[in-house]
Design a protein around this ligand. Structure first.
Ligand SMILES: *Cc1c(COP(=O)(O)O)cnc(C)c1O
Length: 370
């Protein structure tokens, strides 16, 4: 899940360093502020998020989680008459975090904001790792007076799974919970006509976190946070500092603006679909080699596979991953999914071609000796 740099985005990134604007305040770099506003509006359009949502340019999806969960903390405690910015967290009602499968970065955000890892409640999921609406209903009605954040996923890091937003979000909202979606790469499916139905209902969440440096292929570092209730995020005229955890920071709007100008809406959709097609081909072709098991079919741009061995398939999988990396032809990372080791096939760079796919399959076949 690494990404790449589109030519226009890379050039804009060089200019960003050349101009060296400080994007704390509007007055310290009006061009950066205006370009961020334009790019922020484009992002909401292409990601199909509410036009009225607020946005922030941060270093990555983890800091987008921090930004959004801070807004959730403010919003949920504010409703209970607790001003967390003034009073701090000591003595505040504790906020429960309800989650199924999740990326480790969400836990880091919870820890960083002082909510406490122990407040994370694991809810059961279906076979594909999606939160079960009735399990959420039961949990929320069992704790009617506790403020809660429901963490959902648009694109699981291993399988690309999407939560069932249409059935889960209304349950959360009926109980006054805040819904945050981790869409680090998966939110970009909104740009593709073929895949956007995976996000049905996702626009009804309260906050969303995603990355520019992954699927939009802008250089590191660039993430985006969006909050439906702009007031919970920050009610003020737009000085960028008021929307991000940082004070001084880089003018991340320029590369994002350039990437979106280079590709246009259709271009972003085509990039997403091309990566998904390559991932599908890789999983099909590697999965067809002897001794390979497809752990999960790709939903979007990745799918884990596993290498079987009569004695120890985890070890065999590790060995094959290392041997492929040692060829210098392709790199796949290892992952643990449901307690078993797997090799994660993931395609997210605009430059990946059919020839690269052939080479990667060849490298895998060579390692397997077939
Ligand atoms: C990469 C990733 C993150 C973390 O994003 P950063 O940009 O590295 O902070 C969070 N969630 C998912 C699903 C990811 O793939």
């Amino acid at each position: 899940m690494i990404g790449g740099s589109l030519p226009a985005a890379l050039a804009a990134d060089w200019l960003t360093s050349t101009w060296d604007m400080n994007t704390t305040l509007y007055v310290s770099g009006p061009a950066a502020a205006v370009v961020e506003e334009v790019a922020g509006a484009w992002l909401k359009e292409i990601l199909r998020l509410p036009e009225t949502a607020s946005f922030a340019f941060v270093t990555g999806c983890q800091m987008a989680h921090v930004t959004c969960v801070a807004a959730a903390r403010h919003g949920l405690l504010g409703r209970l008459g607790w001003d967390v910015e003034e009073q701090g967290l000591a003595g505040a009602p504790s906020i429960r975090i309800l989650s199924g499968q999740r990326h480790g970065s969400t836990e880091r955000a919870v820890r960083l904001l002082g909510l406490g890892q122990r407040q994370i409640v694991e809810l059961p999921t279906d076979d594909e790792g999606r939160m079960l609406p009735y399990a959420l209903e039961r949990e929320l009605s069992g704790h009617p007076s506790s403020p809660a954040i429901v963490l959902l996923q648009a694109g699981d890091i291993n399988t690309g799974m999407y939560d069932l937003f249409d059935s889960v979000i209304p349950v959360a909202h009926r109980h006054g919970a805040w819904v945050h979606i981790d869409g680090a790469f998966g939110l970009w499916a909104a740009a593709s006509l073929r895949f956007q139905q995976l996000l049905a209902g996702a626009a009804n969440a309260d906050s969303w976190a995603t990355d520019g440096h992954k699927w939009l292929n802008v250089p590191f570092d660039c993430g985006y946070a969006f909050v439906a209730d702009a007031g919970a995020h920050r009610a003020d005229a737009r000085d960028q500092r008021d929307w991000t955890p940082e004070w001084s920071r880089r003018a991340r709007g320029f590369p994002t603006y350039a990437a979106l100008r280079q590709l246009g809406r259709c271009g972003v959709g085509a990039l997403i679909e091309r990566c998904c097609d390559h991932a599908r081909t890789l999983v099909d072709r590697i999965g067809a080699l002897p001794g390979v098991e497809v752990v999960s079919q790709p939903v979007i741009n990745q799918g884990p596979v596993r290498f079987l061995d009569a004695v120890d398939s985890d070890r065999r999988t590790e060995e094959v991953i290392s041997a492929i990396a040692a060829t210098g032809e392709a790199f796949f990372s290892g992952t643990t999914w449901r307690g078993r080791r797997a090799m994660r096939i993931s395609v997210i760079n605009w430059q990946t071609s059919e020839a690269d796919v052939d080479r990667a399959v060849r490298a895998c076949a060579d390692v397997l000796g077939v």
